[in-house]
Design a protein around this ligand. Structure first.
Ligand code: AMP
Ligand code: GLY
Length: 425
């Protein structure tokens, strides 16, 4: 069976690793475009993830049996529509369903139409309109916090949680006048700031049935104690404490089910992975955002616990047979700690020589996923991105999983290596 994975980060490395580890069938693994670490387990093809038509040509010529999309950009560009039109099997939502992530305005209005609990919001099409809404006090007085979100995809840079109105107005200026994220902020969502613990509920769906993954929590800020700028994610965990059973059932009933019913009612075809970013407030769970894919590094933490055959799950999701497919997980907990380059997430330093990878891989129960590495002239490993490696582990308890991750992380080093020591705390 020939399987193609689209993307080049730690998430895609983990997907390929999990395919290899869980599949009962012999696999030929391909990745476009991949990275140096991925090249150890798959044939990398130099086609960018957003070159949708070229990828479809390639999959057709290579007779790829199944394509799995890692990130949101190709989904928003209609890679699934393109593959479907050619009769190629692919897991992921169509472009119109991918608007759940690609347009925050669409996502919020969708939630309102289908009574999915979410923060109270307003949409503004200009800076003047946004500031008028704020000054009318729709989200409280001048000292109230409020959240500003660019409508479009902005690689994690489109959301500002403002502490008061002055900060909110500055955010509106930056997004809509100075155009910090370009066209992504032609419209913004203004919404009430919620308080609570966050959790991510992620599942495979074929549009009717869902198969839930272990609930996850990620750490978005670069610094310990959740300080400093937002990143793509500095670490993630899965553990029973992330979401208790009663809340989990409430989340499924109040958010997962109405979301799937809403997609069906609107004729939006979703056969892939749906990710609900939740705030657990005293009034119940609220959906902060949808992602139409696995998170990175949530994927690394989740997939080390997968017991069932990932090719079978993906084929079932792609063909509408998920109700006939069981998905099993290792009991316990897991973690992924991201090792980042100096300067991440702003001005990233690359090209440093990485040492200790083999010693780290020898720590029992640990998997090392590459996000931004390359091979130097002598075959040595070098850093080639902001997030460089993810060290992941599954264990009976979260403490054990974290201890294994940190034992391995301590064996790795390069000039300027940075990671958070408080993942899961
Ligand atoms: P999003 O991309 O919409 O998930 O926003 C990124 C992060 O901003 C979330 O993970 C939260 O930490 C925070 N956030 C988003 N919306 C809200 C909200 N309404 N209230 C408080 N924090 C929020
Ligand atoms: N780790 C957050 C994301 O993948 O969106």
């Amino acid at each position: 069976m020939k399987v193609l994975v689209i993307g080049s980060g730690g998430r895609e490395h983990a997907i390929l690793w999990a395919l290899r580890r869980t599949s009962e069938r012999p696999l030929e693994l391909l990745c476009a475009p991949g990275n140096a670490g991925i090249a150890e387990i798959a044939r990398c093809v130099p086609i960018a993830a957003t070159e949708v038509t070229e990828l479809a040509h390639f999959a057709e010529n290579e007779r790829v049996d199944l394509t799995i999309v890692g990130g949101e950009a190709p989904l928003a560009r209609g890679i699934v529509d393109e593959f479907n039109a050619r009769g190629l099997r692919i897991v992921g939502p169509t472009a119109s369903a991918a608007r759940l992530e690609a347009s925050k305005v669409f996502a919020k209005q969708f939630m309102a139409r289908h009574r999915v609990p979410t923060a109270r919001f307003r949409v503004a099409g200009s800076a003047d309109e946004a500031i008028a809404i704020l000054r009318r006090g729709e989200f409280g007085g001048p000292d109230s916090p409020v959240v500003i979100k660019a409508d479009g995809l902005a690689a994690g840079k489109g959301v500002v949680v403002a502490r008061d109105r002055a900060e909110a107005e500055r955010a509106v200026q930056e997004l809509m006048v100075q155009r910090r994220v370009g066209d992504a902020a032609e419209r913004v969502v203004l919404e009430e700031a919620l308080e609570g613990r966050e959790a991510s509920v992620i599942f495979w769906t074929d549009g009717r049935t869902s198969r839930l993954m272990p609930p996850a929590r990620d750490h978005k800020r670069v610094g310990e104690g959740d300080t400093g700028p937002n990143t793509g994610g500095m670490g993630a965990i899965t553990a029973p404490g992330v979401l208790d059973r009663a809340t989990h059932e409430q989340v499924v009933r109040q958010t997962v089910e109405p979301t799937l019913e809403g997609l069906r009612a609107e004729g939006l075809e979703f056969r892939g992975v749906l990710y609900l970013g939740l705030m657990l407030t005293p009034e119940g769970p609220r959906v902060l955002e949808y992602n139409v894919r696995l998170g990175d590094p949530e994927a690394q933490a989740i997939l080390v616990r997968l017991r069932s055959d990932l090719t079978v799950i993906c084929e079932a999701a792609a063909t509408g047979h998920l109700s006939e497919t069981d998905v099993e997980w290792a009991d316990g907990a897991s973690a992924c700690v991201v090792l980042a380059a100096r300067g991440y997430p702003e001005r990233v330093e690359t090209g440093a020589v990485i040492s200790g990878l083999e010693k780290a891989a020898a720590v029992p129960g640990v998997e090392i996923f590459h996000a931004g590495t390359e091979r130097g002239p002598q075959g040595e490993w070098r850093t080639a991105g902001g997030r460089v490696l993810g060290v992941a582990s599954a264990a009976p308890t979260l403490d054990e999983a974290l201890a294994q991750c940190y034992r391995a992380a301590e064996r790795i080093s390069w000039q300027g290596m940075n990671y958070r020591r408080d993942i899961g705390r």
